[in-house]
Design a protein around this ligand. Structure first.
Ligand code: UDP
Ligand code: MG
Length: 325
């Protein structure tokens, strides 16, 4: 039997949860009919909801053995919810999805087909439209992806989402990244593996409200930049070099004026000296920044490499194929 865990972080989702449960049961029952060897568990995370979310979990757990839940002592944020889900699920395959039906369960059968035979390690959706979102918000989102991909080595696909169907191997790799400040979009991409992006049109929430404010998203994007790039720490080096260059230009102007004219160039000398001192200071701060950047990356204790396949996996798979067919 192959167990598929469905991990669902929830924060104040009493309105959509019954709809979500009904939908996910419908889809997974369909999958069970098609593939006789799959089983499901639904792992809900209550991220400190203030409404009836936890009561609904209890009711679902009463009537359905496959339902498990973890309830946080307070709101820790969706990233923590996803981490708790990945850490505690038992599946050979794991799906992470939102409770608000913006990640349509109807995608699951197709996603499973991509990952079940090892063709891909992860299937995910990619929004190709941002309907139902304000213009300002989409503009900022597009700019964020552009900047992020310029200054970070980790590529983050525009429109990529946290709706992921993954193999156990990929989930274990994600859990190996034990950093505290988690930015999942970056982590999913950092671990690598073969990922299938399925384009889809944005859908709006059937009920409830999004818990993201504009400022919340803005802070989250800064978090993302800080977690996956140390470029901001290098900015002061560039400023320092610029100051030194301008200081040099002022100094040359002052020299020319002194040599070839009768005017006094003292103002240029003073400006040049001030800029030179400032430039050296900024440069030194930048150099310290580089050491801090290295320390920062060490402290995260990210794995040095992640294995995709070894000869052992290959032989085991071949043996299994032989005995199976
Ligand atoms: N969520 C969570 N903790 C939070 C905020 C959100 O677990 O602090 C969950 C929420 O219940 C939903 C998912 O994360 O299942 C996405 O949240 P939302 O729909 O508010 O975000 P959006 O779709 O607008 O990006
Ligand atoms: Mg949503």
């Amino acid at each position: 039997m192959r167990l598929i865990s469905v991990v669902v972080p929830c924060y104040n989702e009493e309105e959509v949860l019954p709809m979500f449960y009904e939908e996910i049961v419908k889809v997974t029952d369909g999958m069970k009919k098609e593939h006789s060897d799959v089983d499901f568990e639904f792992l809900f995370i209550n991220d400190g909801s203030k409404d009836r979310t936890l009561q609904i979990f209890r009711e679902l757990a009463d009537k359905d053995k496959r339902v498990r839940y973890i309830s946080f002592s307070r709101n820790f944020g969706k990233e923590s919810g996803m981490y708790a889900g990945l850490k505690n699920c038992r599946g050979d395959f794991v799906v992470v999805m939102d409770a608000d039906l913006q990640h349509p369960p109807a995608f699951l059968p197709q996603m499973y087909n991509y990952v079940k035979d090892g063709e891909y390690d992860c299937a995910t959706t990619r929004r190709v439209s941002r309907t139902g979102e304000s213009k300002v918000r989409s503009w900022f989102a597009r700019k964020f992806y552009k900047i992020m991909n310029k200054i970070s080595d980790t590529e983050i696909v525009d429109g990529a989402q946290d709706f992921r169907f993954m193999t156990r191997q990929m989930v274990d790799a994600i859990l190996d990244m034990s950093e505290y400040n988690r930015f999942s979009k970056g982590i999913f991409s950092w671990v690598g593996f073969k990922v299938k992006y399925m384009p889809y049109e944005n859908v709006e929430r059937p009920a409830g409200t999004s818990s993201w404010s504009f400022w919340g998203l803005f802070r989250y994007s800064l978090e993302g930049i800080m977690a996956f790039s140390t470029f901001p720490l290098a900015i002061s080096i560039f400023c320092g070099i610029l100051c030194l260059a301008v200081a040099l230009i002022f100094f040359i102007i002052a020299l020319i004026v002194t040599i070839f004219t009768y005017y006094s160039a003292s103002l240029f000398y003073i400006l040049s000296a001030i800029l030179a001192v400032g430039g050296v200071q900024l440069g030194c701060i930048g150099i310290m920044g580089q050491y801090i950047a290295k320390t920062y990356l060490e402290v995260k204790k990210r794995p040095i490499y992640i294995t995709g396949e070894t000869d052992e996996d290959y032989r085991r798979k071949k043996a299994a194929d032989k005995s199976g067919g």
